[in-house]
Design a protein around this ligand. Structure first.
Ligand code: SF4
Length: 318
């Protein structure tokens, strides 16, 4: 598969306002490197506050990067003006976490799904195209005549997916799109995404806190902690043998079928530190059961320990 997206040393920092905050900086994304091939799925996982949502939005230039490169199909778009970005927006779409908030309640579904077609002046019969998109995501074409509140959460997420597909993008950022859905609805949405990926030749950046979901949908997994990637690996390898202590805890918190009933998930010590006060050295050291003196002083590089496996830990071995 061809390389579609390359991100190098990407940073998204916010200078905090107000006299109480002084000159403090919130480092939401703090030096991320990643790649995504066309028609593949890269999952970005991490706790709430790890920076994964900001990362997804920065890649799409919905949030301005502070530093670094975002290379889409060979073009560095990180400093493109909004006018120059406009034609590229067709190629990069997003589906947000809350279908309730992301669909305008005052517009009929037909207008919502047709909006990107109108904005980008796509020729042809928009009514027919919207009907086809709705049917492709498992809704009747007649759904176009109704309002978002007439649909369930899973159906609204299908409407949001239909809108994201309207411009035939190459890349869709899926930001926690199954959180809040019950298990059976979630599985159906994941199956739909799988079918659409093959039919529309899509690459997904799949942002989630749910490692169990990620296991079923992704080719590769990048684990994010406090603004940085700490482990990146093909999906089967990361579940078989996670190498970073943080990934090991995340993986151990997924209940195995045989262990249900007596299962006590491991918990991390303490809350995740604030991205305003990033710890020295390895940023995971205050919570890491294996931390040593070097971990408090030297930030570990993301090293390639095996083909396709990169880990940021002084002690990790392949
Ligand atoms: Fe733990 Fe040290 Fe590895 Fe960080 S570098 S994850 S603190 S062992």
């Amino acid at each position: 598969m061809a390389l579609l997206l390359e991100v190098r040393n990407l940073k998204t920092h916010y200078r905090l306002g107000g006299w109480l905050s002084g000159r403090r900086v919130l480092r939401a994304v703090d030096g991320v490197d990643l790649t995504l091939n066309s028609q593949q799925t890269l999952a970005v996982v991490g706790e709430s506050g790890s920076g994964k949502t900001t990362l997804g939005r920065t890649i799409l230039r919905l949030v301005e990067p502070t530093e670094g490169k975002i290379v889409l199909d060979g073009q560095d778009i990180s400093r493109f003006s909004q006018a120059r970005l406009r034609p590229l927006r067709r190629r990069m779409q997003i589906v947000f976490q809350h279908p309730y908030a992301s669909l305008n309640p005052r517009k009929r579904v037909g207008r919502i799904v047709a909006q990107p077609l109108r904005v980008h002046r796509v020729p042809g019969d928009h009514r027919r195209q919207v009907g086809e998109l709705l049917e492709r995501v498992g809704l009747p074409a007649s759904a176009a005549n109704h309002y978002p509140h007439e649909f369930s959460g899973g159906q609204r997420q299908r409407i949001a997916i239909a809108r994201a597909l309207a411009l035939r993008p190459d890349l869709i950022v899926l930001d926690e799109i199954t959180s809040g859905l019950d298990v059976t609805v979630k599985l159906r949405v994941l199956a739909l995404l799988n079918e659409l990926q093959a039919d529309f030749r899509l690459a997904y950046l799949f942002i989630s806190h749910d490692l169990a979901v990620v296991r079923t949908v992704s080719d590769r997994v990048a684990v994010m902690y406090l603004g940085r990637i700490v482990e990146e690996s093909p999906t089967p390898a990361i579940f078989e043998r996670p190498l970073h202590p943080y990934t090991q805890v995340l993986k151990a918190s997924i209940p195995e079928p045989a262990a249900r009933g007596s299962w006590n998930p491991p918990v991390l010590v303490g809350d995740a530190p604030s991205p305003v006060n990033v710890p020295s050295g390895c940023r995971f050291h205050p919570r890491c059961p294996l931390a040593q003196a070097i971990c408090r002083e030297v930030e570990p590089e993301l090293r390639e320990l095996a083909p396709g496996r990169r880990v940021a830990c002084h002690l990790a071995e392949a």
